[in-house]
Write a protein that binds this ligand. Structure first.
Ligand SMILES: C[S@@+](CC[C@H](N)C(=O)[O-])C[C@H]1O[C@@H](n2cnc3c(N)ncnc32)[C@H](O)[C@@H]1O
Length: 368
């Protein structure tokens, strides 16, 4: 924390800890991100070069366009229903949706006419940005706090870098079982992680953690599980699909993935609460288990690079380069590489598709 910076949220967390004892990581994350007055997402637009981080839709319009065309393909594949609830979770600046709607309008006007748009967004600052970004689309979005508030009916759910922002709990393996990691005052005006004095039941944790060595960290996220369950239960009973894109791992495995990013640099998650983006890697193995338990199908995820290439990112980039000057052309090429290269976002980011129990996965996903 810079010396001249206000630290109201830090003061409040210090006070809470002195009164009631240490906070678990999930509570700490949710105060940092969503505290009604000082939470990270409540007070700012964190995206873009001048913010803290840049997401795929902010890198290239092609990202949102491809997802828009995929949405129109799903609408067609489920029998072109007269109404389709198009739901985006955590829409940021509304860029992905604006690009998606433009592509849908151009390629599938009948699908466009069937859309009801629902945005799940906690941030008042970003809700205002989304309204601005979507004004030209001609569709008035409905904003909700929770996915459960979306009316029933055929639906496509989209989430890019949403699940990583939901709170996690962390546990550490000790010689006799597991202890939850807690955030406590470090005695010098800051915060530090420590272990709970109470043992945690191993049965709370997925099986993949049960043989972990001493010192290993296990991460679980009841908040993510609840959102995934709500989406999967709907898709088990009604037509549609969900596309979940995020950084993370395919199989549940021990590891400490809690991270904080500020002005495009990694910082300690325990410094400057409410002023850095606090996230963790998404456990796609767990999302798949929750989906299957809820009666829907989680198709084997693709890497973001494979997904975008299979849906024609290179052909679309070539079209955009036609008529572009040399600088614009280089920028388009650089954006495609950033989205798809293995050493950029292409491999770390995964794309999970969830549908009802259909024998055929939607393109470009392959059967298990
Ligand atoms: C990392 S940003 C991603 C934005 C956008 N999807 C993109 O790719 O540019 C996370 C988004 O999720 C929203 N968000 C975070 N936690 C949320 C919650 N618990 N409920 C609803 N929205 C949330 C944020 O306000 C923001 O819009």
């Amino acid at each position: 924390m810079a010396n001249d910076e206000q630290d109201e949220l830090g003061d409040e967390i210090r006070h809470r800890i002195s009164l009631n004892g240490p906070l678990n990581i999930a509570r700490y994350m949710s105060l940092c991100l969503s505290h009604s007055e000082h939470g990270y997402y409540m007070t700012r637009d964190p995206l873009g070069v001048l913010g803290d981080f840049t997401t795929a839709p902010e890198i290239s319009q092609i990202f949102g366009e491809i997802i828009g065309l995929w949405t129109a393909y799903i609408w067609q594949a489920i029998g072109a229903p007269t109404r389709l609830q198009l739901v985006e979770l955590g829409p940021g600046r509304g860029t992905l949706m604006a690009d998606a709607l433009r592509a849908i309008r151009a390629a599938a006007p009948n699908c466009m006419a069937a859309l009801d748009l629902h945005l799940i967004e906690t941030s008042p600052v970003l809700r205002a940005k989304q309204a601005e970004a979507l004004a030209a689309s001609g569709i008035s979005p409905h904003w909700h706090d929770k996915v459960q508030a979306v009316p029933l009916g055929a639906a496509v759910f989209l989430a890019n870098e949403f699940f990583d922002a939901l709170p996690i709990h962390q546990y550490q393996r000790v010689d006799k079982g597991w202890r939850e990691i807690l955030v406590t005052n470090d005695g010098q005006g800051g915060f530090a992680p420590g272990l709970s004095g109470m043992p945690a039941k191993q049965s709370y944790l997925p099986r993949a953690y049960h043989d972990a060595p001493i010192g290993a960290i296990a991460e679980i996220s009841p908040a993510r599980d609840a959102v995934m369950k709500a989406i999967a239960e709907r898709l088990s009973r009604q037509a549609g699909a969900a596309l979940i894109i995020d950084y993370g791992h395919l199989a549940t495995a021990p590891g400490d993935t809690l991270q904080a990013v500020r002005e495009h640099d990694y910082v300690s998650p325990f410094e400057a609460p409410g002023k850095a983006d606090l996230t963790s890697h998404v456990d796609f193995g767990q999302l798949a288990r929750i989906t299957e338990k809820a009666g829907a199908t989680a198709h084997p995820p693709l890497t973001q690079g494979a997904f975008l290439k299979a849906l024609g990112i290179e052909a679309r980039a070539a079209m955009l380069r036609t008529g572009a000057d040399a600088d614009q052309s280089a920028a388009i090429e650089a954006a495609v590489k950033r989205l798809t290269d293995d050493d950029a976002m292409g491999h770390l980011f995964k794309v999970l598709c969830v549908t009802s129990r259909t024998p055929e996965p939607p393109a470009p996903f392959a059967a298990a």
